[in-house]
Design a protein around this ligand. Sequence first.
Ligand code: CUA
Length: 326
Amino acid sequence: MNPRRTCIALVSGTATGCAGVQSSLEPAGTGAHQLAQLFWWMLSGSGAIWLLVTGLCAYAVWLNPKPYARKTARRLVIVGGVAVPFVVLSVLLTYGLTLLPPLLASPPAEGLRIHVTGEQWWWRVRYATKDGEVELANEVHLPVNEPVEFLLRTPDVIHSFWIPSLGGKMDMLPGRETRLTLFPTREGRFRGACAEFCGASHAWMAFDVVVESRAAFERWLVGQQRSAQTPVDALALRGAEQFTLLGCGACHVVRGTSARGTVGPDLTHVGSRSSLAAATLPNTRAGFRRWLERTHQVKPGARMPAFAMLSPAELDALAAYLESLE
Ligand code: CUA
């Protein structure tokens, strides 16, 4: 590759990394705003210092290469090497520390609380409602301009819960409950990710985040509380029978049916989610088929067995049923 092309590829790669659904530099929450601010301050500060030092080097090497008097040299070292770094680092440290308290603050008592458990390799999400808890997977909906507290757990390995567009990350530790408060300030769809290596499919452990108005959020939550509808379509109906026959209900819940397993993700409204398999596949019939047939190619090490032994017709029916669970 010629150097010019390499340079363009590097610059465009870096620039596209600054925007999008998973970027700390395009903030949509107060925590991310503060982090982005800190980042730009640090970047401008270090850029300015770099220019100054490079300028001084150029001056000393090319413009004024004669030796300095001992006294001047010593003064340069004390001012430039001790005093200036001390002042600059103290200011930056103080500024960084002032950003910490709001990031660690607890939301008001009546704020929204969401329980998230890191599983291998997906996210179990539970909302408390007036009528009890409702569980879903790999998708989080939040009302805009309201604080939300995440209560984070994991049964086995360490994960780290991170929605870069909204704020900082928080580790999920076995045997402990950690907490993270976020405050989304802009509606939109964002992407969360696991930020701590947790096993073979760590890179395939993401989730979708929807920030919406209070009214839209409440409508969504009411929808999530409903039981699954019996499909009307003949193919999907055949898929529902398959689902029972194959024993899928031993690991998955489909509320309103005999499927009551809690090992895997709750599938009651899986068809309505933004994506499949922890944001690794599109939520389409083809996506479901791919997941059922090639589970371990999509997600190495996944606990779910692949159903590659099914005929294309059976896979289609099963995919149609899962897609119908909206
Ligand atoms: Cu979970 Cu990395």
